[in-house]
Design a protein around this ligand. Structure first.
Ligand SMILES: NC(=O)c1ccc[n+]([C@@H]2O[C@H](COP(=O)([O-])OP(=O)(O)OC[C@H]3O[C@@H](n4cnc5c(N)ncnc54)[C@H](OP(=O)(O)O)[C@@H]3O)[C@@H](O)[C@H]2O)c1
Length: 178
């Protein structure tokens, strides 16, 4: 089973403002008509999504559930229930990251999308992330929720490629376990 990150960061490494706002990310100035920045082709390769509870709560504010039939596992030790209006394949998963990975492996998934800052950090510390696709938005937001955090030891990455979009977004693919 491979695990991948597909995420956008401010140039100063944030995935959201301190209060969780991503207004700076969804601003229309970052859009190019007809361009999805590789998201469609990425999501078509995954067969499950592991998402932190805080990211899940943000997605719920979008109104429409954006993940269709994709099995989604919401990592949480506090969430008591998944709202009824969501599809049955949206489930809560609890326990350590290591236990979570074992559960996903034993379910037979081949490629899991990992989303949410704390969740990505935890998966990185567990040595479970294989690929990271990181899109840098040309903005500094000063403070916020960082994509990366403390580590027990360095993680060496292999840069695979970088694509520059005409609106200044820079997307890099890194291999982690190579
Ligand atoms: N820029 C982007 O592309 C992008 C992408 C995704 C998300 N976001 C933003 O990022 C923010 C959320 O990120 P976040 O870092 O605050 O949180 P997160 O990773 O989405 O969620 C963290 C929560 O996951 C649960 N959890 C349970 N076990 C865990 C474990 N082993 N490791 C990590 N988490 C575990 C905990 O919830 P419990 O307390 O319930 O146990 C923890 O509080 C939101 O504002 C969202 O909009 C931005």
């Amino acid at each position: 089973m491979r695990m991948s990150v597909f995420i956008a960061v401010s140039l100063d490494g944030m995935i959201a403002r301190t209060n969780g706002d991503i207004d700076w990310l969804t601003a229309t100035s970052h859009l190019i008509p007809g361009e999805d920045f590789g998201y469609g082709s990425f999501i078509s390769t995954v067969d499950a999504l592991l998402m932190g509870r805080r990211s899940f709560e943000k997605v719920l504010t979008f109104g429409e559930w954006p993940y269709g039939d994709l099995p989604v596992y919401v990592l949480s030790n506090t969430l008591t229930e998944i709202p009824n209006h969501l599809p049955e394949h949206v489930q809560r998963i609890s326990g350590s990251m290591e236990q979570t990975i074992q559960t996903l492996k034993s379910s037979g998934y081949q490629h899991v999308y990992v989303d949410g800052g704390k969740t990505v950090q935890s998966a990185l510390r567990a040595g479970a992330i294989d690929h990271m696709i990181i899109t840098r938005i040309p903005i500094l937001i000063g403070e916020g929720i960082s994509l990366f955090g403390s580590l027990d030891s360095d993680i060496h990455l292999k840069h695979v490629k970088t694509v520059t979009f005409k609106n200044g977004l820079i997307q890099s693919l890194y291999d982690c376990n190579y």
